[in-house]
Design a protein around this ligand. Structure first.
Ligand SMILES: [Zn+2]
Length: 199
């Protein structure tokens, strides 16, 4: 054995004994280029990571259906009592591209991606209709809108909004620019995404 496992094996032993206590949950896309543990240089036990196509959080709908994202959120907030939730989108997102092209062509192959990305269909239709924007501008716009959409949906979960109003949970938005490796952060007041200030 060599590499990362060797250097972190002691950490796994103590985590197995003491359990996990991450303070931050990250909602990220499945895209292999936007791995939160790599971007944030986090070791085992530091981040509670939820990844799905397009880093989407659906609205709170306790309807008896299969809600894997909502289940992970419930566990992170109710059981682990994370203090922060970061919704991290990224550039060149295939899920977002599928949502934007849903009008022109059938959504992505198979039975599930189109339905999943239809969560942001109203925003996708509005952005698609904007002929003033280039294709790449529409892509970036919807990537960032989807982050704000997921943050709004997080607040439809009663315990999320209750903990946030008590100051015990903080929500953040971030967008990872794959082409430059820069992590843009969302301004809480304006919703704009701001380029990192590198010293
Ligand atoms: Zn993606």
């Amino acid at each position: 054995m060599s590499g990362r496992y060797t250097t972190e094996s002691g950490r796994y032993v103590s985590l197995a004994r003491e359990g996990q206590a991450p303070e931050t949950m990250i909602v990220a896309c499945c895209d292999s280029r936007s791995a939160p543990e790599t971007i944030f240089d986090a070791g085992p036990g530091e981040l509670f990571v939820l990844r799905n196509v397009g880093n989407l959080v659906p609205p709170y709908e306790p309807d008896g259906e299969f809600h894997s994202t909502s289940a992970a959120l419930e566990f992170a907030v109710q059981s682990l009592k994370v203090k922060n939730i970061v919704v991290m989108g990224h550039g060149r997102c295939g899920g977002i591209r599928a949502a934007l092209s849903a009008d022109a062509a059938p959504p992505a192959p198979g039975d599930f991606i189109g339905k999943w990305m239809s969560l942001i269909a109203p925003a996708a239709e509005t952005v698609s209709a904007s002929t003033m924007m280039t294709a790449s501008e529409r892509q970036t716009a919807l990537e960032r809108i989807s982050i704000r959409y997921s943050l709004a949906n997080l607040r439809t979960f009663p315990y999320v909004s209750a903990l946030e109003s008590k100051g015990r949970l903080t929500l953040y938005g971030a967008w990872f620019d794959i082409s430059t490796g820069e992590l843009w952060t969302m301004n809480k007041d304006t919703g704009d995404f701001e380029r990192p200030q590198l010293g």
